[in-house]
Design a protein around this ligand. Structure first.
Ligand code: G1P
Length: 926
């Protein structure tokens, strides 16, 4: 029997917000492990900091300032940003709590207490020693500027009534090389170090960047610079780690500090070889009662040794620190004011600020470089790339437009795509490890993002913009290798006569969807290939099928059809398509899978190395009709074949077939099996009937809902390492992709529910995630949404999760119902009663059509969705005319464009009881 269960520690305090800018405080955060906080800038500095000032600093896989850390190293590694004082008459004290003595005292009450105060994006730790009567504050942030720099200000205050004499030393280990060198010649690479003592600090500049495939000269310098509040440089240095800790010592009990030794190195000295440390000894201070002293430290990565002087001039003083601190806080504040909510719950409003910063963090860190994300080497995955843009599209679609177009160059003509995208537009790779792997869901995401872009802007012509296709040695959805292809040929698909082929965005979308319609398994559903949305379903490559994703693709086909009809209505009667693609665009009858696969093989042959370059012109109306017919067949099949019923009488959709071709969900000797994924994509794709949605709700509530872990689990316990489905089932149940409350899927489920008007049920899903995150004694995480809550209810993999984008998208476009419809502004709220404040108001500040809008909904009758409708709309206090769209109203883009840009405009909407409407049009904004 498993003894794993939710862990709540009632002696632990919650964090709490202290203002409306999402600043929060947490008492004694050092008594929780796994906590970390991101500090980052657009220049590429990526830091992580913990309550004990642990966490690594880096700018990429090969440029780690400090030793790379995984989550358990955060509390087990001694390699923190430390600052020591040797107190005359007492001994050493670490201002970060990292001395052997302090660690030994940690569980004994009363000696020391700490408090974290953190905001967007800065981190302040305060520590008080109640016997020594000393208080320390350390503030860290990464300045929003051009440099790869982290700043740190250390202040110590004498709170007692006796004068204190202190000898201060900063001790910040410098790793200074590639993360690969952790397990690839760690010692040998330390021999490459050249460590210079400069006037203001220690500079580490390795001679070579170690790589046995070809060593290259190193171009980076890693520096720890420091001064005191009178701008005085250090008095001396400890540049070599082994000398600083001394024989028998370690970073928690370093000989140089404990024995209060004087440094032997001075400015101008240089050491060759050896692990390095930025050991900076500052002048001794005498603190009178009530007095404080401050030091500023700059941790930087830059090019030449000589740049140290510029960095020092730009950052190294208390004044500079304050300037950059204010500038950085303003920067993040301004970045997030594009989208802010004010509901009846001020915690929620502030929490949402942290959720809104998450998509930005994922853009800056990629899917690597945080303690849980100790994999990957930078760059972003295909699925995440598209989804992370959802959040940005809500407010600044124009900025994303070219990026989206650029991303389409990653699509292969076989419908698969490059999976890793570098930091620069157009940088694609097959896979980070060059494994020929195909995620079968990848083709579905670009359309969702593109539809959002088109709806927010009305830029339907985007579909007609042209883009190249990706070509490398992987062909036929990575089942074959084109051995004639050489990287020198470039990664753009060419025609037989050597020209680079370009097709419209619409054609790219067709390629992604139509290939999947033929890429079917024994049950005539789309093959699972090497995984779908669930990366953990990676062991059913032969016979696995994903009914779940088949539903999304089918829904997408209907969206594509709609887009084709819109193109037609806007005068684009005909569209050019690659000739090779046309045979796939035929309404599928009930063809057997083998026939479809053979068809697909022929298609692959046609685009194996090159394309013919010939294009045919089709009527957009006809394209729409064909797509609708194709979708119809698939949806019917899903309804007839995949709708299952358990012995308990519950009904829902089977989501998968395993590698033995067996359906996965339903009654099973080891216990009933159900997945949330299998249901969510029917809701997202709108392929379920309203009646089916009612059944799904009941089954989900019965088998997957678990309030102890913040809501709805990803699946039931299969009680089997299901090697014919994927590694996920090797994970312990309740963790990650095996049955955790996985935020991304749960939020998409909520989104789908809103699409069916199930507002209260959708709200509950979103609300439970929020409330569970809020319960620090169990979730043990800072504000924000985690990737998942584990079996003990702990929030895991915070910050870098696609669920943040989806949470924002769902809240804004579905709950508030503020979204574009082919460029016009649709207001279709589905807010529940409790989301309004005590003045019956719920407000969202957003940017639409380039205008800053404060959209407020008034609900004086305290009605719920389904009970209310919009009675009036005022734009800058003037009543405006609108056309009604089902439960919502439409404000034309032209009306908004008349508003002055750069200032905020109010949109005030009065909700009242539903009345019989004389006419309404149904919303279908897929
Ligand atoms: C992560 C990945 C996402 C994937 C999911 C399930 O989710 O980033 O692409 O679909 O795992 O395997 P996230 O961290 O975005 O919540």
């Amino acid at each position: 029997m498993s003894t794993d269960q939710m862990k709540t520690d009632s002696s632990v305090d919650n964090w709490h917000f202290i203002d409306r800018d999402a600043t929060f405080r947490l008492h004694n955060p050092h008594l929780t492990n796994h906590l970390f906080f991101p500090l980052v800038n657009e220049a590429g500095m990526m830091s992580i900091v913990t309550p004990t000032l642990n966490g690594d600093i880096k700018t990429g896989q090969h440029t780690f300032f400090s030793t790379p850390v995984s989550v358990d190293d955060l509390h087990n590694s001694r390699s923190a940003r430390n600052f020591w004082v040797f107190i005359e008459g007492h001994g050493p004290w670490s201002l970060t709590g990292n001395s052997a003595q302090q660690i030994a005292q940690r569980f004994k009450d009363g000696t020391e207490s700490t408090e974290l105060e953190a905001g967007l994006l800065w981190h302040a730790m305060r520590r008080e020693h109640h016997h020594l009567n000393l208080k320390a504050e350390i503030v860290n942030f990464v300045p929003s500027g051009e440099d790869q720099v982290e700043m740190m200000r250390v202040t110590i205050t004498n709170t007692g009534d006796q004068t204190r004499e202190l000898v201060p030393t900063a001790a910040i280990p410098v790793f200074g090389r590639s993360a690969d060198n952790l397990r690839d010649h760690r010692h040998v690479t330390s021999l490459l170090h050249r460590t210079f003592c400069d006037r203001y600090g220690v500079l580490v500049r390795p001679t070579l960047s170690f790589d046995e495939r070809g060593h290259i000269p190193n171009t980076r310098t890693y520096a720890v610079l420091g001064c005191d509040d009178q701008k005085r440089p250090p008095e001396g240095f400890f540049p070599v780690l082994e000398d600083f800790i001394g024989e028998g010592g370690n970073l928690d009990w370093p000989q140089m500090i404990v024995l209060n030794r004087s440094p032997e190195a001075e400015a101008g000295d240089m050491m060759e070889g050896y692990e390095a440390i930025g050991g900076l000894r500052f002048s001794r201070v005498r603190l009178q009662p009530g007095e404080s002293c401050t030091w500023v430290l700059v941790l930087a990565i830059f090019d030449k040794l000589q740049n140290a002087a510029e960095i020092q001039a730009r950052y190294l003083s208390t004044d500079r620190f304050n300037e950059w601190f204010n500038r950085t806080r303003d920067h993040w504040k301004n970045r997030l004011t594009d989208l802010e909510v004010q509901t009846g719950d001020s915690h929620f409003n502030n929490w949402m600020r942290w959720v809104s910063v998450q998509p930005v963090l994922r853009r800056l860190y990629g899917n690597s470089f945080m303690p849980y994300h100790d994999y990957g080497r930078g760059g972003r995955g295909w699925r995440d790339l598209w989804q992370d843009h959802l959040a940005l599209l809500l407010t600044r679609p124009e900025e994303v437009k070219d990026i989206l177009l650029g991303n389409y160059a990653g699509v292969r003509f076989d419908g698969s795509n490059a999976t890793i995208i570098g930091s620069n537009p157009g940088e694609f790779k097959a896979d980070r490890n060059d494994i020929p792997r195909v995620w079968m869901d990848h083709g579905a995401w670009p359309l969702l993002t593109t539809c959002l872009y088109i709806n927010q802007t009305g830029d339907l012509d985007f579909l007609l913009r042209e883009q190249t296709y990706f070509k490398d040695h992987h062909v036929a959805r990575s089942k074959e290798v084109d051995s004639d292809w050489k990287p020198e040929q470039g990664t753009a698909l060419k025609t037989a006569d050597g020209q680079i082929y370009r097709g419209t965005v619409f054609e790219h979308l067709l390629v992604q969807h139509l290939t999947m319609c033929y890429n079917v398994g024994e049950h005539n559903l789309m093959r699972l290939e090497n995984a779908d949305w669930n990366d953990g379903l990676d062991m059913a490559g032969e016979h696995g099928e994903s009914a779940a994703m088949t539903a999304l693709y089918a829904g997408n086909l209907l969206s594509l059809a709609k887009l084709a009809r819109h193109l037609h209505a806007r005068g684009h009667g005909r569209i050019k398509l690659a000739e090779e693609l046309i045979p796939l665009l035929i309404p599928q009858t009930e063809e057997v899978p083998a026939a479809k696969q053979a068809y697909l093989e022929r298609y692959f042959e046609g685009c194996y190395r090159t394309l013919s370059g010939k294009q045919s012109t089709l009527s957009t109306k006809e394209v729409a009709e064909r797509l609708e017919a194709i979708a119809g067949v698939i949806i019917n099949r899903l309804h007839n074949q995949e709708w299952i019923r358990s012995k308990t009488g519950h009904e829902w959709f089977n989501g998968y077939y395993d590698d033995d071709g067996q359906h996965v969900e339903g009654d099973h000797p080891l216990g009933l099996r159900m997945t949330l994924t299998g249901q969510t994509f029917h809701l997202l794709g709108r392929t379920a009937t309203p009646d089916q949605v009612e059944h799904i709700l009941r089954a989900v509530q019965r088998f997957l809902h678990d309030p102890a872990v913040g809501g709805i689990r990803l699946n039931t316990n299969f009680r089997e390492v299901k090697q014919n489905l994927g590694r996920a089932f090797g994970f312990a149940f309740g963790h990650k992709e095996n049955g955790a409350m996985f935020s991304h899927m749960a939020v998409m489920y909520a989104y789908g529910l809103y699409q069916y008007g199930k507002a209260r049920e959708a709200f509950r899903v979103l609300d439970e995630i929020f409330r569970h995150s809020l319960k620090f004694p169990v979730s043990r995480m800072y504000p924000g949404i985690p990737e998942y809550f584990n079996a003990r209810g702990r929030g895991m993999y915070p910050y870098l999760t696609g669920s943040a984008s989806w949470y924002m998208l769902t809240l804004v476009t579905q709950a508030f119902g503020v979204r574009g419809l082919l460029g016009d502004l649709l207001l279709a709220p589905q807010l529940v009663r409790e989301q309004f404040d005590d003045q019956d108001r719920a407000t969202i500040r957003t940017l639409f059509a380039g205008r800053h809008l404060q959209v407020s909904f008034f609900n004086p009758q305290k009605l719920d969705p389904g009970e209310y409708m919009i009675h009036s709309v005022q734009l800058d206090h003037q009543t405006v005319l609108f056309s009604r769209k089902d439960e919502g109203v439409l404000l034309p883009k032209t009306a908004l464009e008349k508003l002055q840009p750069g200032v905020e405009h109010s949109v005030e909407i009065l909700l009242g009881a539903k009345q019989n409407l004389t006419h309404y049009e149904e919303i279908d904004d897929r």
